[in-house]
Structure formats: structure tokens, C-alpha cells
Design a protein around this ligand. Structure first.
Ligand code: ADP
Ligand code: MG
Length: 366
């Protein structure tokens, strides 16, 4: 059975992920998205009768949202109408419109504009994601910090204005990054940034949150097997087939080419990766990427090039993956072990550390 997850299959699907994702220098990983027709038709008569509206023809749509390419592939699901797909992608647009720090009318922008001035009442889900982001900040001792906005606004990585800020600007911004000054009123759903110049940036968690929301919606529509690829953040509904998990790949942290580093089995969960190869720019011969160390104000440079985490919650895995990159090797390993996380860290020399149990069937692809 394991042999069926051959390198060839992986390569086929990496090529397809590459085709959809590489044009904006996005992204990582890949998934064993191949379901051969024989397996798909192996549904028993009882199952077919019980779910006569379920089809096993692959239904696939793509969109661009949250600054990334999103692909949703349904392998076993009711027939999706255009309205169903529209609703699926509206979930993303809605989250982006309310949670992006780059959209002037978003709730996050409203909080940021009122930094040091007054609390802002927000909707339930915006409040909850900020609360969860603050919780992860506390858990990771600030390695993940949703008030990173003052710094990300300076660097502007991923925009036409990306540049290395002056040390004075970085020093100034560093004073404005502190999740302890992000005040949440659980009764009134008000959010307050205590100091002027502070800013929330949910870029390290919002994609995971939106994957969870789409996951919930698709399940509510009766989807039984699916792969959600949010720019390399993978969420899996069900398994590849009865008693057969998907095989998910981790991209080699390598900016020059799209190569698979390793892969594992996974089902009905999320596999989220962060890496310094995803968004970056070069200035005076030096590379600067989009994961910022909240203590130095600079992109991380500690020997960890990539981190991936498997969890039920894509949101939490997203935040943890970003945090692990910031922590550096020793602290990241301690964190993984203390939390009992299933994760992999890939280092600059292309060696790695992982905590995958045997049934994950971890395989280096080199
Ligand atoms: P990607 O979104 O490319 O998959 P991440 O999940 O690691 O990558 O998120 C990176 C984004 O998170 C950055 O673009 C920025 O918006 C935000 N960010 C950068 N550094 C931090 C940090 N230390 N803590 C929280 N968010 C961060
Ligand atoms: Mg993240």
C-alpha cells in the first residue's frame, strides 16, 4: 500500500501545485492529490445508496485571496453548484475584508487607527481570532506576536515598497510591538492597542483561520474527502480512501527551485508550513524575508529555514509554525516537545528535526 505513494505521484502533484502557485513566488509544500479512478469507484453499494448524491468525480476550483493562491479539490462530495463555490470563496473574501491590516475599511484597520486613542468594538470572530493570537503570543513568549504590525509596516515585505528600514526606525517600531498592550474586553468585545503607533497584523494566523472556516463549511455541505491548499497550508477533509491517509509533502526551504523535502501521512487535519523562502526580497546582496523576530525587528536568521506543524486547527498550526521559525533551534525543539506537537523543523544545512510518530510514515524525499 505504501508503495502506491510513489515519488512519481508526488512529483506529478508538485508540478501541479507549482503551476498554480509559483507565479507570485508563493509557496511551499504539496499534497498527494492524486486519487486514481479505480479507488474512487470502489465505493460499496450500501454506501452509494446511503449517499446517492455524493459523487467521486474531482471538483476543483481556485481563487486568489489573503494574498495567496487557494485551491480546493473535492474528491468525494455532493455536486457543487456555482453558488456553493461562490459561498466557499466568499468566506475568504469576508475574512480578508474584515481582518486584513492592508484594507483601510477592515475592523483591524479600525483598531489600528484607534491605537492609543480608544477601544474599538469588533465582531465575534474578529475578537476571537485576536484573542487566540494573543494566547499564542503568551504561550510562545512573544515569538509570535500579533502586534508585529509596527514592524511589518516598516519592512512592507511582499509589496512594491519593500526595503530595509533604518536602525532608528526599527528601534522606534520595536517599542510598539508588545502583545501585553493589546487589551481585550471579553464582555464588550472591544479591542484596544494601548499606544499610538501600535498595529495588529494577523498575517501569521489569518490563513489558517480561514482554512478552518472553509473546512467547517465544506463539511456542513456533506463533503467527505477534500484537499484545501491555501498557498501550501494544507487542510484535509477525510482520508484519501477508506483506511488510506493522504500523503502530504513539505517543500524544501529553498528559494531557487521547488523541491520536496519530506512527506508524511495525514487525514482529517491540517498541515501548515512557514518558511523564509516564501516572501522575500534582496537588497545589497542580502536576502530579507517576511518572518520578523519581534525582539530584533529583523527577519529571522537563526538556522531554521522552515517549520511545519500538524494539528486539527489550521489556525493554531499557522501561528505555531511562524513562532517556531522565530524561536531558533533550541527553543523551538523545547516548545515542540513540551507541547507534544507533531512538527518538523528544517535547518539551513537541510538537516531536520521532527517528532512524527511511526504511523506518519515520515519519508525524506531526497
Ligand atoms: P505565510 O503567510 O507566508 O504562510 P506565515 O504564516 O509565517 O507565512 O506568516 C507570515 C506573516 O505573519 C508575515 O507576512 C507577517 O504578516 C506576519 N508575521 C511576521 N512575523 C511575525 C511574528 N513574529 N509574529 C506574528 N506574525 C508575524
Ligand atoms: Mg503562520
Amino acid at each position: 500500500m505504501k508503495n502506491k505513494f510513489s515519488k512519481i505521484l508526488l512529483i506529478v502533484c508538485f508540478v501541479s501545485v507549482l503551476l498554480t502557485a509559483c507565479s507570485n513566488q508563493e509557496k511551499s509544500k504539496a499534497v498527494d492529490g492524486e486519487v486514481d479512478t479505480k479507488e474512487k469507484t470502489e465505493t460499496t453499494t450500501e454506501e452509494t445508496e446511503a449517499a446517492s448524491n455524493i459523487i467521486t468525480d474531482v471538483q476543483e476550483r481556485q481563487t486568489f485571496a489573503l494574498n495567496t493562491f487557494i485551491t480546493v479539490k473535492l474528491f468525494e462530495a455532493p455536486q457543487f453548484s456555482d453558488e456553493d463555490w461562490q459561498r466557499t470563496f466568499e468566506i475568504l473574501a469576508d475574512i480578508e475584508n474584515r481582518m486584513s491590516a492592508h484594507i483601510d475599511t477592515s475592523e483591524i484597520s479600525e483598531i489600528n487607527k484607534n491605537a492609543g486613542v480608544q477601544p474599538v468594538k469588533v465582531s465575534d470572530d474578529v475578537f476571537n481570532i485576536i484573542k487566540q493570537a494573543k494566547d499564542v503570543a503568551a504561550e510562545t513568549n512573544g515569538a509570535f506576536d500579533p502586534t508585529i504590525g509596527a514592524l511589518t509596516k516598516l519592512w512592507q515585505i511582499g509589496t512594491d515598497n519593500q526595503h530595509v528600514p533604518s536602525q532608528a526606525e526599527i528601534d522606534q517600531a520595536l517599542k510598539k510591538v508588545d502583545y501585553n498592550k493589546l487589551i481585550l474586553n471579553e464582555k464588550s468585545y472591544e479591542v484596544f492597542l494601548e499606544e499610538e503607533g501600535m498595529a495588529i497584523d494577523l498575517g501569521g494566523i489569518a490563513k489558517g483561520y480561514s482554512a478552518d472556516q472553509v473546512f467547517i463549511y465544506l463539511k456542513s455541505k456533506g463533503v467527505q474527502r477534500a484537499i484545501l491548499d491555501f498557498g501550501g497550508n494544507i487542510s484535509l477533509i477525510g482520508s484519501k480512501a477508506e483506511d488510506k491517509p493522504w500523503r502530504v509533502g513539505v517543500r524544501e526551504p529553498n528559494r531557487a527551485e521547488f523541491k520536496v523535502y519530506a512527506s508524511i501521512f495525514a487525514s482529517d487535519e491540517s498541515f501548515v508550513s512557514s518558511g523564509d523562502y516564501e516572501r522575500y526580497f534582496e537588497e545589497d546582496g542580502k536576502l530579507y524575508h517576511h518572518i520578523i523576530n519581534p525582539f530584533t525587528g529583523y527577519p529571522t536568521d537563526n538556522g531554521i529555514r522552515g517549520a511545519s506543524v500538524v494539528l486539527d486547527s489550521s489556525m493554531q498550526a499557522d501561528a505555531y509554525a511562524t513562532a517556531l521559525i522565530v524561536m531558533g533551534k533550541e527553543k523551538a525543539i523545547d516548545f515542540i516537545q513540551n507541547k507534544g506537537l507533531e512538527a518538523i523543523l528544517v535547518y539551513s544545512d537541510m538537516t531536520s528535526f521532527n517528532t512524527f510518530a511511526d504511523d506518519r510514515d515520515f519519508k525524506l524525499e531526497k
